[in-house]
Design a protein around this ligand. Structure first.
Ligand code: 1GP
Length: 232
């Protein structure tokens, strides 16, 4: 996770051909994240994990629903949504999971992600009732909250399904010292991949896999050949 520059996110609730899966897993990406917002079950997660495990790729689960949690992943990412007033999505679901499975949790394999969700139309945004009307100054403050105050290792700027604003990534960068900056949302072109990769430590590509897998493959190269800028 500390070295990821590019990752693909696969949704267990969406169909992916064997060929497309092979392309993803042998693309040169740094890891595959398995996770999604709705329809995530133990069965569909298990089935996808088994398919990904045919390939020597680092595979982690992003947990959105504790009934789908399973052993066998190389690591686990736990989202905590920072720009919601709903405590359940900040820490409530996490508390419930720990009450049930605390004794089984491999703590050393887990990383918390501080999410700020900025696309008001994304399913995850509607589910968690996020405040998406944020200014760049708000983003810098959330980044500092994540990094300096809560000391969460990942700050995830999420535009899921739509391409975001570079100025928001720059604003996030300004507030970060330790946390890694993840960006995900709507990357489809070389220009978009490179503009975001200049500011984010890690670029997450999801949707594009499902409607243009060859183009999704190119995002690996586009991101990896872009140098990271840490200041203006
Ligand atoms: C979704 O951030 C990821 O959680 C990637 O976004 O699916 O829009 O590429 P896209």
């Amino acid at each position: 996770m500390q070295k990821w520059r590019h990752v693909f996110k696969l949704d267990p609730n969406r169909k992916l051909s064997d060929l497309a899966l092979k392309m993803v897993c042998t693309s040169g990406t740094d890891a595959v994240i398995i996770g999604g917002t709705d329809g995530i079950t133990f069965e569909n997660t298990f089935a996808l994990l088994q398919r990904v495990k045919q390939y020597p790729i680092h595979c982690v689960q992003e947990i959105s629903n504790h009934s789908a949690v399973m052993p066998g992943f190389d690591g686990y990412l736990i989202p905590s949504v920072l720009n919601t007033e709903q405590a359940y999505w900040i820490k409530g679901a996490h508390f419930e999971a720990i009450q049930k499975y605390g004794h089984l949790i491999p703590w050393q394999q887990i990383a918390l992600q501080g999410y700020v969700i900025l696309n008001p139309d994304a399913k995850v945004s509607r589910l968690t009732k996020c405040d998406t009307q944020l200014t760049p100054q708000d983003i810098t403050a959330y980044a500092q909250l994540c990094d300096q105050l809560f000391r969460i290792p990942i700050f995830y700027l999420e535009y899921s399904g739509t391409y975001g604003k570079v100025e928001m990534l720059k604003a996030a960068r300004k507030g970060l010292k330790q946390s890694r900056l993840f960006y995900g949302g709507g990357i489809t072109t070389e220009e978009q991949a490179k503009d975001m990769a200049a500011w984010a430590d890690t670029i997450v590509v999801g949707n594009l896999i499902y409607y243009h897998v060859e183009r999704a493959m190119n995002t690996v190269k586009w991101v990896k050949e872009t140098p990271l800028r840490k200041g203006e």
